[in-house]
Design a protein around this ligand. Sequence first.
Ligand code: ZN
Length: 125
Amino acid sequence: MKSKDPNYAVKVEQAIVKKYGEDTVKHPRSSWTDDKERDYVKQLKDLYSGSGVCEQEHVELNGVFISNKLLMKETKRSCPVCNTYSFKSNDDVYMSKFKCCEKCYIQWVEGREERWLKGWRPNEQ
Ligand SMILES: [Zn+2]
């Protein structure tokens, strides 16, 4: 697994936008032929396989085809402390360093990093 880029999904989408135009990504079905859709899915697969993400299954999310694996990866972005799902790239920093989102960092960790890193968690009190 080479791809640990948190912005990977965004990059994939940008690559698709580049190739097919923005309207396509927003409304892939509206003006599409089956051939074009097949080509689109193939492009996605090429993108995924090219980066070490081998995934056959794709699901459509908000009109965009997404790898199941990518979705699974995305769900891991939930903060284990407050269970809030995070889209913010800011949270990635806190998530990788403290295993919590920025909000939890400010509430529980800031100034008390040592206690946190020793394993203290608010929900275990
Ligand atoms: Zn949190």
